[in-house]
Design a protein around this ligand. Sequence first.
Ligand SMILES: Nc1ncnc2c1ncn2[C@@H]1O[C@H](COP(=O)(O)OP(=O)(O)O)[C@@H](O)[C@H]1O
Ligand SMILES: [Mg+2]
Length: 323
Amino acid sequence: LADTVRQPTYTAGQVAELLNVPLRVVQSRSSRATHTAADLKSMRMQLRRFPPPLGLRRQVFLSLKGGTGKTSLSTSYAFRLAEMGYRVLLLDLDSQGHATKCLGYDCCTFNQTLMDVLVRRVPLEQVIWQTEMPGLDFVPSNLSMASVDIAMMPLAGREWRMRNALKGLEARYDFVVLDAPPSFGLLNLNAVLAADDLIAPALPDALSVHGFKMLLETLVSVEVDYQHHPSNVFVVLNAYNASFRLAWESLETLQSTYAEHLLATVVRQCSSFSQASSAGVPISLFDRDSRGAEDVNAFVHEVLLRLRTPTATRPPLRLAAVG
Ligand SMILES: Nc1ncnc2c1ncn2[C@@H]1O[C@H](COP(=O)(O)OP(=O)(O)O)[C@@H](O)[C@H]1O
Ligand SMILES: [Mg+2]
């Protein structure tokens, strides 16, 4: 892959925006027209402009249905957080290795995946790779993950292996983002039991809305069986196209039925998502001015805002109230 794609560059204005400083501050430190991600990082260190810490958040992108945008959104979400100065670890849980590919890596070249961590107790550090975006690390996946559910089945503590594997990351990361495969087996049960937050992308159609209802029901039974539920469950409508009646009907259904879960940000339909994943780059790098990049940015900001809202001021999450 061309270095220019993998190595993000920023204008002085973009650096100023990401560091939240006036443009002249950036210009006074460097007269260059473009800045690399490494420049951005070093200027962040010099100016001590770090994003407000939230404590480690382990977040799973999950939906029972395939093709809702889990991979597109989780990878671009993770990338955007890293651009903002957070330290992010992206975990690819899907044996299709799409998140790995979205970051521009050939998933077949990796000898070890999370499978080795979950089944063979290989330390997580051994399967973590750094990307060329400072602050964004990842754990790759490939076809060898396909049998993880069966491989974990006979193991002691099989439901808690992910949670245990993610222990001790507090000093190293601000976000651990899990890109889950569709459906719900032992791997995804592990992911839910490890997660502080669950983000469910949904397409604007009746099947996706029904899929979110089933996901909530699944979370209720997980709560009954394991006394754990994520602190936040967000649903984000993806690939929205207002010219379709079904799209705004789905939005209305989500608004009226799942208001406390639904993010106000809607990610609009945008062909740059598939072009970006084919090119192996997150959308905000592929086409910063696209609707998709704009919506992902709004989505990231809304999630951060929700996380900063103290839980005490919000009504408690009542999963059991699902009708
Ligand atoms: N907002 C969007 N607009 C248009 N296409 C999208 C959007 N989000 C995702 N896609 C496309 O939909 C397909 C499925 O997305 P993906 O992220 O792989 O879903 P999942 O991981 O849930 O299976 C991909 O081809 C992706 O490029
Ligand atoms: Mg996927």
